[in-house]
Design a protein around this ligand. Structure first.
Ligand code: NAP
Ligand code: FE
Length: 362
């Protein structure tokens, strides 16, 4: 019993909750910058948010130019629009990419930094108030203090972290995920599963973080075994499990698995959740070989053994990408400097990391 637990986001869940609980936007400000991608209009989320703000008499400006894996240039464009419009709060609406872009806009519009200093850390406590509405069930960004951006300086993706990045409100409406195509449903579920498992495998895990992580795995594992055509109830459960996994990593952060996956996304365009899924099975195998006790927590929460978890992931992944060994060796050398090396319950030496890479993708 030696931990702290800080989860300041007001979570409002249920189909129709954005319109039904419109008053939750009221204290955030008078003019919203809605940061989103193109799919938010198709899934109905954008019209719900606009209707809720209009009912409250709040103004809004829509910035719908966020593409997957947001860049600093995209964030700068959003900040310029926010300032031109005079917006005083931010709504992140979409998958993890628009939500993370929204967080960076809310932070960097208050704390101005040159591009070279964005990933240097040391952020203060203030950002514009935010509401977040996920339209994928994977990142949990709606309840985490992180924003992950494409980092062209380090040729990977890098997270910005600050308690100021916790949204004030998160609306969870599973109906926005009903139209997700199967490959995005699978990739994003693998992200959530990886968050929960990685949180348990972090040295900083605690009874609080484990509670969220284990409940997330308990929900996710059976759903991911039969994910081909989720019912509405299953969609709702996937979204809740993703949020739970977000609450787990809000305590612990992720492991080197995420850090390794960022190389795959940056260089090969492999979607974020898939990148984690590709690496997680062999990470669990390494834990088994090293007799890591925390692996039992993961397996018991899933009601499955390591082989069954690996089989579930392999089924979702289908044919794997293959990457030349020389490239993987380069990644292993770079991953050695990842901030999570030495902070995980499994070996994170250069050889351990290379073993995971080669077994997964070699
Ligand atoms: P995403 O990059 O936000 O979106 C992937 C694709 O899904 C996009 O083409 C998007 O279309 C589409 N999409 C989103 N919602 C949809 C819907 N309801 N119906 C149909 N299509 C939809 O993917 P993601 O996996 O959710 O987020 C990944 C990002 O989150 C990565 O950048 C990752 O690093 C980050 N992440 C952040 C955290 C955190 O704690 N902050 C944690 C994990 C991951 P449009 O672009 O057209 O909208
Ligand atoms: Fe992730």
């Amino acid at each position: 019993m030696n931990f702290s637990s800080y989860l300041p986001t007001n979570i409002i869940a249920g189909r129709g909750c954005v319109r039904a609980r419109a008053e939750a936007f009221k204290p955030l400000g008078s003019h919203a910058l809605i940061v989103t991608g193109k799919s938010s209009a198709a899934c109905g989320a954008l019209s719900d948010v606009c209707a809720a703000l209009e009912a409250n008499g709040q103004m809004y400006t829509v910035f719908d130019r966020v593409a997957p894996n947001p860049t600093l240039a995209c964030v700068r464009e959003g900040i310029a629009l926010l300032k031109a419009a005079g917006a005083d709060f931010v709504i992140g609406l979409g998958g993890g990419s628009p939500m993370d872009a929204a967080k960076a806009i809310a932070l960097l519009s208050v704390e101005e930094r040159a591009d070279e200093a964005v990933f240097a850390g040391g952020y203060g406590q203030s950002a514009l108030p935010m509401a977040h509405i996920p339209t994928t069930a994977g990142t949990g960004s709606e309840v985490t203090p992180y924003a992950i951006l494409t980092d062209d300086f380090s040729r990977t993706k890098t997270s910005i972290s600050s308690p100021a990045l916790f949204p004030k409100v998160a609306f969870l409406d599973g109906s926005y995920t009903d139209i997700l195509p199967p490959h995005i449903t699978k990739n994003t579920a693998m992200d959530a599963f990886s968050h929960a498992a990685e949180s348990i495998l972090k040295n900083s895990s605690s009874p609080a973080s484990e509670m969220f992580a284990r409940e997330s795995l308990r929900i996710l594992f059976p759903l991911m075994r039969s994910i081909d055509a989720p019912s509405k109830e299953e969609r709702d459960a996937l979204l809740w499990a993703s949020c739970l996994a977000g609450m787990a990593i809000a305590h612990t952060g992720t492991t080197v698995v995420h850090g390794m996956g960022y190389f795959l996304t940056y260089d090969y365009g492999i979607p974020h959740g898939r990148a984690n899924g590709l690496l997680l099975g062999e990470t669990l195998r390494l834990c088994e070989e090293e007799h890591v006790p925390a692996l039992d927590l993961i397996c018991s929460a899933c009601g499955a053994d390591t082989e069954e978890i690996k089989a579930m992931l392999s089924r979702l992944l289908g044919e794997r990408e293959r990457i030349p060994r020389g490239v993987l060796e380069g990644y292993a050398a770079r991953a050695e400097h990842n901030k999570n090396v030495g902070k995980c319950k499994f070996g994170t030496s250069k050889d351990d990391i290379l073993r995971i890479f080669v077994r997964s993708l070699g």
